[in-house]
Design a protein around this ligand. Sequence first.
Ligand code: ZN
Length: 454
Amino acid sequence: MNELTGRKIMKKELPENINLSEALHFPAMLVEREQACCQRCGSVHPVAAVEMAPHHYYCPACLQLGRVDSKEVFYHRPENQGPAREVVFEWSGELTAGQQTVSDWLQKIAVEKRKGMIWAVTGAGKTEMLFETVHALLSRGARIGLASPRVDVCLELYPRLKAVFPKEDIMLLHGEAEAPYRYTPFVLCTTHQLLRFYQAFDLLIIDEVDAFPYVNEPVLQYAAEQAVKRTSALIYLTATPTKQLLGQVDKKILEMIVLPARYHRRKLPIPQLKSCFRWRKQLEEKRLPKELVDCIKSLMEKNNVLLFCPSIVVLNKIYQLIVAQLPNISAASVHSKDEKRSEKVLQMREKKFRLFLTTTILERGVTFEQVSVIVIGSEHSVFSESVLVQIAGRVDRKKDFTSGEVWFLHDGKTKPMRQAVKQIKKMNALAEKRGLVDELCLLSTANNQSSINQ
Ligand SMILES: [Zn+2]
């Protein structure tokens, strides 16, 4: 029966021998006034559009988790507060003053069961800020969910959480996970998997709340709202909150705390804008724009370079020209349709390439040491303010300072470019005002860095 606790599951999704006599159940779809409402994902459809057979309807919106139809029921067992218990917590790191403030705030919000958002800049070290709260709540017998729209984020978080909570059984759920579901007080999952939970969590944390697909998918937002208990805490984490989320803060629906500084106490690198006139036409004529080549060569004197391209077509064109015209540079490229994506990202982490071309798939969730960043065609509509802030945030994430730089090469400045720069400068100013940054950058270029920043 534990499979059903805090969940809503159809019979066909359950092991065959399970006894359902004590389980609660409710219809999988409600059909009323020519409309069919899915009880898993909350979507409402006109009956005519979703009729499989006479008076038999299905939900197309959450089909990827298995079909919900009007002949099915959901089985559920209410979640009770677990007993207080001892939770082994092995973390020897130390939070910075800024991180500690956020950690204390989070713990208060979680205990008082409120709704909040942590706006922490890229590279702030947000995972570490969750540890104390997770420990405190698990010890009280609470059930905790940590969800991300991105499976790669979940996969990266899992070993880190296991290291900090070594005795804790953590269920990792995502679309390709092979382990069968089991009840655990601590669940790490993609936001899609929240659709199978119902009033389960005392605390639910959604990481990268502004990331695709969560940000423009009402079904996933519904999933989060109904996966938590009626009185519970719901926390969003982001480095680039959407206008909609900030609107909720203005309306006092959400409480917010801002961490404007990185854990290593250096300011965020400010993107530099440089005109790259008619770069697209030059590529068509099989020429690499001079500004791009100069920028790559100059940045490569100190660091490896991540080159963000607005599309796979542009990426392929530039990659072919670089291989042909700059054969001395060890370059590789990666995009969403690349089967060797994970392998190449790992190789780049190991510094096997000096130049790594990518699309926006690497805008967030990855950390490379010793990189500078170039965005070619930063005027393209794919580069929104938040995408540009995230991309700029790939630079200078590690403790050792490497003079990483961020360059936007453009054929005409855009509002998102200007706003991204403005947002980064605003965060730096706030960090300075709060005494959360040191002026180490100037010192660092003149001295051996590792001795300064340790
Ligand atoms: Zn549905």
